[in-house]
Design a protein around this ligand. Sequence first.
Ligand code: CP
Length: 325
Amino acid sequence: MTVDIRGRDFLGLKDFQADELVGLLQLAADMKAGRNGRRCLEGKLIGMLFEKASTRTRISFQAAARQLGGLTETYTPQELQLSNAETLIDTAEVMSRFLDAIVVRSYDLDAYGKAHRDLQVIAEHSAVPVINALDDKEHPCQVLADLLTIQERFGASYQRRKVVFTWAYAKRQKSPGVTHSLLTAAALLGMTLTLAYPPGFEPDDEYLDFARAAARRSGARIEHCHDLDEACVGADVIYAKSWKSLTSTSAGDRELRERARARWCVSRRHFERANPGAVFMDCMPLIRGDEATAEVVDGPQSIRYAEAENRMHAQKALLAALLTG
Ligand code: CP
């Protein structure tokens, strides 16, 4: 399986075909096994604009690029003339004349959709690939790593395994990016996904509509559930993630999440309902006792460090495919 996405942007998974995602995952697995990609980014410079904090995304991009012979440079908007009102258009046009790819993390959950539109503007005015490192709508890089992790764990028939992706309590308001990207990927790849969340935390209709149409083509089974205990029956993966309500104000969201808190923390009880060998996933960062109990987070079923490591392997494949074919 080859993947031909050279020169494209990676803003969201809706822009990709199932076979392109399958090809990226195969390339990531090959690169992880040391079979492909040595020094393929020699001479390439990747600029990374991070408006928000990041541990995994930022460092895994740096490590991926370096290991393949490339270089990265990280900037904050405050360090660039964006802080003096230079436009995104001028910034993108100029950056893309120096760089071989631009990685961007930016979101403001009080202005839902703006960050994704801004990213599209950057991509339209960039002559080099632009990669979404988390905005207010998608986190496609995280989900590439998640798919690699699930595929490694369950093998070629991973689509038949039941993945429960559940809203979980967190004090901090977080982007629904992973939710939308995983929903999209599951629909494209024919996966068995149960989305569990309290009423009020529904995903964006744009992603629900896409997923319904894609699932009809792929045979994906996507269910929605408002009860975490019920959702976890027969699960092979329980993946916890918090996100802000898209239909509430900030204050309304805080009230909703505090009310849901007690019933939406993944615990041993949920694994007792799951299949033997079920695993716990979380893209991190997390707070023990919020998204999941410490017993689950640090227990033998937790594969979240392998999931984090796969950020680097998945992004090696992505950079190689976008920049070198
Ligand atoms: N999962 C993830 O994106 O982690 P960081 O915020 O640390 O990059």
